[in-house]
Design a protein around this ligand. Structure first.
Ligand SMILES: C[C@H](O)[C@H](O)[C@H]1CNC2=NC(N)=NC(=O)C2=N1
Length: 93
């Protein structure tokens, strides 16, 4: 299991993913799309990297708005896995 990062480590890693906000034990990004179909197409792109990493984002879909939350449930907080997944998700845009 990956280790939970301390506050200093979280700040340092968060600077590398400026589109994401640290909210408590989560890394969050709200993405807006043209419509529901485009939003869902993006959500579907998350399947492969999430399965490959064995690390899955929590998703909230509201029409054209997708809220992506990353946390390491098993570790109980943010780990390097969350930041790695955030970078991968940014690469899918
Ligand atoms: C066994 C399997 O690797 C675990 O249940 C994984 C699956 N995906 C996961 N995803 C996330 N975000 N956090 C986890 O702790 C987690 N655990």
């Amino acid at each position: 299991m990956a280790e939970v990062l301390n506050e200093t480590e979280v700040k340092k890693m968060a600077a590398e993913v400026p589109d994401w906000q640290v909210e408590g034990k989560e890394l969050k990004q709200v993405m807006k799309f043209k419509d529901f179909v485009t939003a869902m197409a993006f959500v579907n792109k998350l399947i492969e990297p999430a399965e490959a990493a064995g690390h899955h984002p929590d998703l909230e879909i509201s029409y054209n708005k997708v809220t992506i939350s990353l946390t390491s449930h098993d570790a109980g907080g943010l780990t390097e896995k969350d930041f790695a997944m955030a970078k991968q998700i940014d690469g899918l845009k």
